[in-house]
Write a protein that binds this ligand. Structure first.
Ligand SMILES: [Zn+2]
Length: 179
């Protein structure tokens, strides 16, 4: 029989049949190479078994799980706050835009004021979004990143649409006044 077969038997002696075990013992008596492997393996196993067990603190797993859950909750809260901020900013911009578009009696000055307010809101939101994104990247979670980018993308789209409509309305008004 191949030396290699005996070596694999030595390394995996748990599953050996009694017959194979007898064959192995017989081979070990004659083959110094396999006998050495067996001796080395036994020594190693003895060392491993004799090593004092490094007992994990009893509540280690519990504490680890608890802190993980706490961190997850904290992250969810942060995301909810940022989402609320993004949505309420969107609502403000849309409201200002709607006011400008659907109230014809609004004066050019108040329209301009509204426009400036929209732009300022824009800056504020961009700022908070930037700080939110930097916070998010520290605790990255790919699926929530996608959600956030979809929300931000949607917000940017709405905001730019509203601002474009405001500008367009302003331009129309100017033309009307000239005529
Ligand atoms: Zn051998």
């Amino acid at each position: 029989m191949e030396n290699q077969t005996f070596k694999s038997w030595i390394l995996d002696d748990e599953t050996l049949s009694a017959e194979d075990e007898a064959l192995l013992m017989e081979h070990l008596a004659q083959c110094p190479e396999c006998a050495e492997l067996k001796a080395n393996l036994d020594t190693a196993l003895q060392l491993v078994r004799a090593a004092p067990e490094i007992a994990a603190p009893v509540d280690f797993t519990q504490r680890f799980t608890a802190s993980l859950a706490a961190r997850k909750r904290e992250e969810e809260k942060r995301q909810a706050r940022a989402l609320t901020l993004a949505l309420s900013s969107t609502a403000i911009v849309v409201a200002i835009g709607a006011l400008l578009i659907f109230m014809p009696e609004i004066s050019l000055i108040s329209m301009a004021a509204g426009f400036v307010t929209s732009v300022l809101t824009c800056f504020e939101v961009v700022q908070s979004a930037a700080s939110f994104i930097s916070g998010l990247i520290k605790n990255t979670n790919p699926s929530s990143l996608v959600t956030v980018f979809v929300v931000i993308g949607g917000w940017v789209l709405l905001a730019s649409l509203t601002l474009a409509l405001s500008v367009w309305k302003l331009a129309i008004k100017k033309v009307e006044i000239k005529e």
